[in-house]
Each structure stands twice: as structure tokens, then as C-alpha cells.
Write a protein that binds this ligand. Structure first.
Ligand SMILES: N[C@@H](CCC(=O)N[C@@H](CS)C(=O)NCC(=O)O)C(=O)O
Length: 201
């Protein structure tokens, strides 16, 4: 199994964490495809998305989308990543959905901010800033459910918040949401999260 990834991507981090949590860390080769434009052919050899992360399975099948990579790792590990109890599973998926959309919102803002100002859209930036703030608030509302959890829902939230520290620093989510900050300080020690941190973070 090979994972085409970039070390700074929160999406790649989710896939890397899923592989570790499933117990496949030693059986999966990580291939750094940054910068993506220079390694597009490698990515395209595995999947037409041309996106990282992409997981290339031993039988040649390529999987893009970190959430689907996590679901695949859950399937082949006999369910190590998601709770089996239906109510717990739904709670986990609720967290994962909020974390996922927060990550997309921050990524969209970051992509806009890296454009030349003449190409930036204040409308998109404004809409996504409101969305990010709504999502921090939603996470604050479920912090008691997050506490003590290290399943894929909680780890996805942690990946999104860590990305917010970098690409959405102006949001000041840690100051505005101290209980979420306290939860984050705990999960930051979790092995799969700690070993996948951004270089120089
Ligand atoms: N929805 C995808 C997003 C992955 C994504 O956008 N990755 C970025 C790197 S952080 C990428 O591949 N960008 C290259 C491109 O969009 O062409 C996922 O959940 O895995």
C-alpha cells in the first residue's frame, strides 16, 4: 500500500492518522508528492483526481478523499477507527462532519489568501470566515462529547483545529473557546496525531 501525501496538508494528515490507527503504519509507504504540480503525473497514475491524499492499494486501485480512505482503513482493520454502537457512531460522524467542513472552509480561505489580491474574492472570504466561526461554535457546543475520544471523528476535529492554528490564526479559536483549547491540548499527545504534525510546527 502507498499513500501519496504532502506533509503540511490536513487532508493528508487525516489519511496518515487513519492508516496508523488501523495498524498499517508499517505496511504503507508514504510518498511525498509536494509540490503537487511537479508530481502530478505520479498522482494521476493512481487516481484521476490528481489530489493528495491518494491511497494506492496493492491491487492497483486508487482511493482519493481522506474520509473514504479512513472508511477503507476502518473496514480492513475490523472497525478500529469508528465506534460500532450506532449512537456512538452517529456522534462520531457528527464530529467528523463538522471537522471536515471546517477544514474545507479554512482551506478555501487559505487558497484565496495565497492568490494575488486582484484574483481574491472578498465575497468568498467573508462567507467562509462566517462558516469557520460557526463551526468553531458548533464544536464548542459538543466539547463534552469530544472529551476522552480518539476515534476518527475526534481526530478529524483535531486536524482541522491544528490547521486553523496555522492557516486561520486570525480566528483566535483557542482564546474564544477555552474548553475546546483544553481538549485540544490533551489530544495533541495522542500518538498518531503527535507523529503526523506539520514539519516545523
Ligand atoms: N476533498 C479532498 C481534498 C484534498 C485536497 O484538496 N488536497 C489538496 C492538497 S492539501 C490538493 O490535492 N490540491 C491539489 C489540487 O487541488 O489540484 C480530501 O478530503 O481528501
Amino acid at each position: 500500500m502507498k499513500l501519496f501525501m504532502t506533509p503540511t496538508s490536513p487532508y493528508s494528515r487525516r489519511a496518515r492518522i487513519a492508516i496508523i490507527e488501523a495498524g498499517y503504519g508499517n505496511q504503507c509507504e508514504e510518498i511525498d508528492v509536494s509540490p503537487i504540480p511537479e508530481n502530478l503525473d505520479t498522482l494521476l497514475s493512481a487516481h484521476p483526481s490528481g489530489k493528495a491524499p491518494t491511497l494506492l492499494l496493492d491491487d492497483g486501485i486508487g482511493l482519493s478523499e481522506c474520509i473514504l480512505i479512513a472508511q477503507h482503513m476502518n473496514d480492513i482493520s475490523g472497525g478500529k477507527l469508528y465506534p460500532k454502537d450506532p449512537a456512538e457512531r452517529l456522534s462520531c460522524q457528527t464530529m467528523e462532519s463538522v471537522g471536515s467542513v471546517l477544514m474545507d472552509s479554512l482551506f478555501t480561505r487559505s487558497s484565496q489568501n495565497r492568490l494575488d489580491t486582484s484574483e481574491q474574492s472578498p465575497t468568498i472570504l467573508n462567507k467562509e470566515t462566517h462558516r469557520s466561526n460557526r463551526l468553531y461554535g458548533a464544536l464548542d457546543g459538543i466539547v463534552s462529547e469530544l472529551e476522552g475520544k480518539t476515534h476518527m471523528g475526534a481526530l478529524t476535529v483535531a486536524c482541522a483545529l491544528s490547521y486553523a492554528d496555522w492557516r486561520g490564526a486570525e480566528d483566535n479559536w483557542r482564546v474564544k473557546h477555552p474548553r475546546l483549547d483544553a481538549w485540544m491540548k490533551e489530544i495533541e499527545h495522542h500518538q498518531s496525531f503527535a507523529t503526523t504534525s506539520r514539519p516545523n510546527a
